[in-house]
Design a protein around this ligand. Structure first.
Ligand code: NDP
Length: 251
């Protein structure tokens, strides 16, 4: 375990999409700082490997197979967190996909899928933690959006941008409704980060272009430390939004 940042140690932090990239990095950093991390994603083998790695370095974690498009999975995930650690202090709604394609390709199934994972997945996370956080009279909802939620990523990322700007509206609205319940809300908007995300596009040519664009990508730790910063603030301090891009990134 590391030094232990203030206000992170002993918090129960639930992370969706913890099997790779930003979620995995965040899980490691928070566990190093003494948080009890509850990890979910579909690839259970990866989640198991990560919980083993965290335990081996003295951290506390537990993993669940979770598909965020299934409300029952997300409910069971939060129930598992409460059964294991007694409470949920933070949820990081991080699971996401980015299949890039021009609108005229009419990849309607991919549009549906992005809405299901990137938007409805976040909503299911909120629905699952809210009763628990209201009971506790404290909590923190962190949603991972994107710079593509601030500026439209076109051509190619129009539906992705639509889901991420919806997450932006949602996070702002949650903040307005939940501050009176002592629940903090934070939106993290990353630019290009070196993860498996560009591989979620269905066309090889698109994946190739994205790999080129992603050459400037910054490591996922840079996003994990922003999440840790938001969690680490004293209870009366809410970090509303953090936008993090590679210095070299224009968009
Ligand atoms: P990765 O592809 O590395 O990670 C995505 C994670 O989401 C994986 O753990 C994956 O796990 C999980 N996931 C995907 N679908 C589902 C599902 N249906 N149910 C549960 N988990 C799911 O990419 P990143 O780490 O980059 O992505 C994390 C977040 O950051 C996303 O919301 C993304 O939009 C956002 N972001 C990323 C940027 C980047 O450049 N990388 C830029 C801006 C935002 P599994 O497949 O095992 O289920």
């Amino acid at each position: 375990m590391g030094m232990g940042m203030t206000n992170i140690a002993d918090k129960v932090v639930v992370i969706t999409g913890a099997s790779s990239g930003i979620g995995e990095s965040t899980a490691k950093l928070l566990a190093q700082n003494g948080a009890k991390v509850v990890l979910g994603a579909r690839r259970k083998d990866r989640i198991d490997a990560l919980t083993r790695e965290i335990s081996a370095s003295g951290g506390r974690s537990i993993g669940f197979p979770v598909d965020v498009t299934k409300r029952a999975d997300v409910e069971a995930f939060i129930k598992g967190a409460v059964e294991s650690f007694g409470r949920v202090d933070v949820i990081v709604n991080n699971a996401g996909i980015m299949p890039i394609a021009p609108i005229q390709a009419l990849k309607v199934e991919e549009w549906d899928r992005q809405i299901d994972v990137n938007l409805k997945g976040v909503l299911y996370g909120v629905a699952a933690v809210l009763p628990q956080m209201q009971k506790q009279r404290s909590g923190h909802i962190i949603n991972v959006a994107s710079v593509a939620g601030i500026k439209v990523f076109a051509p190619g990322g129009v539906v992705y941008s639509a889901t991420k700007s919806a997450v932006r509206a949602l996070t702002e609205g949650l903040r307005m409704e939940l501050h009176s319940h002592n629940i903090r809300c934070t939106m993290i908007s990353p630019g290009v980060v070196a993860t498996e995300l560009p591989e979620s596009s269905s066309e090889e040519a698109t994946r190739k272009d994205l790999r080129e664009f992603y050459k400037m990508a910054i490591p996922p730790d840079s996003i994990a430390s922003a999440i840790a910063y938001a969690i680490g603030q004293p209870a009366e301090v809410e970090v509303d939004e953090v936008v993090i891009r590679p210095t070299a990134q224009d968009f």
